[in-house]
Design a protein around this ligand. Structure first.
Ligand SMILES: C[S@@+](CC[C@H](N)C(=O)[O-])C[C@H]1O[C@@H](n2cnc3c(N)ncnc32)[C@H](O)[C@@H]1O
Length: 228
């Protein structure tokens, strides 16, 4: 498997991984952000969905719980978070397909998925790998399929901007804060790239994005029938 040996773990250090869910619940508007991300994806019955960088599987399981008829896959590079995700899936009795692999070389055939999610994953990747991961998301999506991303975004006010001065040096966040994720998405071939909403958090602005892989005719299904 290419380029999966070096990666940034969920909370930067492996020893913090067992605390990931507790910290996210307490310090981050996790339920609100994940619920909004799923809502904007308008998943239909029978669709195949991939959660890239699924971590401990909180979003993956929420997708399955809210859309029991969807086929839900989660992929992460880190076997330790996947072990937690597996345990959680067993505890709640949900059937999701979990797999180890890297976002930059997805182990799926072209045009496999209707929706691809990436929640708080892209800021773990270098600029080059962000571009690779977005190109991979594009490849595995069916024409008309959609990418839904939650990650650090451009600060929307003075407080968020002040926080961003500290956060931008962490991990690989700086391009997010400069507002480059939508640019990288468009470069990967996505169309109708939009920021749908923003959340103020203790670590700065979290933006929710939607982007679509156009059909042969260049259409994006979420724009069909819309007047604006
Ligand atoms: C902050 S956690 C987010 C987990 C989950 N998506 C969430 O929203 O709670 C980032 C995750 O990205 C994973 N990750 C980092 N680099 C990766 C890569 N190259 N391919 C796949 N996953 C990766 C980490 O192992 C970690 O689980």
């Amino acid at each position: 498997m290419k380029r999966s040996s070096k990666y940034i773990p969920a909370l930067h250090f492996h020893w913090l991984t067992p605390w990931y869910d507790t910290i996210m619940r307490r310090l981050y508007p996790e339920q609100a952000v994940k619920t909004a991300l799923i809502a904007q994806a308008r998943i239909q019955s029978g669709q195949r969905v991939l959660d890239v960088g699924c971590g401990t599987g909180t979003l993956t399981l929420l997708i399955k719980r809210t859309h029991p008829d969807a086929e839900v896959h989660g992929l992460d590079v880190d076997p330790r978070v996947l072990a937690i995700a597996r345990r959680k899936a067993e505890q709640v009795g949900e059937v999701i397909v979990l797999r180890q692999g890297t976002a930059t070389d997805l182990p799926y055939l072209d045009e496999t998925f209707d929706r691809v999610f990436a929640s708080l994953m892209l800021h773990h990747l270098t600029r080059e790998d962000k571009r690779r991961a977005l190109a991979e998301a594009f490849r595995v999506l069916k024409p008309g399929g959609e990418l839904h991303v939650a990650d650090f975004g451009k600060p929307q006010d003075r407080t968020m901007w002040l926080i961003s001065l500290l956060v931008r040096w962490a991990e690989e966040v700086h391009d997010n804060i400069r507002g480059l994720l939508p640019v990288f998405m468009a470069e990967a071939g996505f169309r109708s790239v939009e920021e749908i909403s923003r959340y103020r958090t203790v670590s700065g602005t979290i933006a929710l994005y939607r982007a679509c892989k156009p059909t042969g005719e260049g259409a994006c299904s979420h724009h069909q029938g819309e007047t604006s």
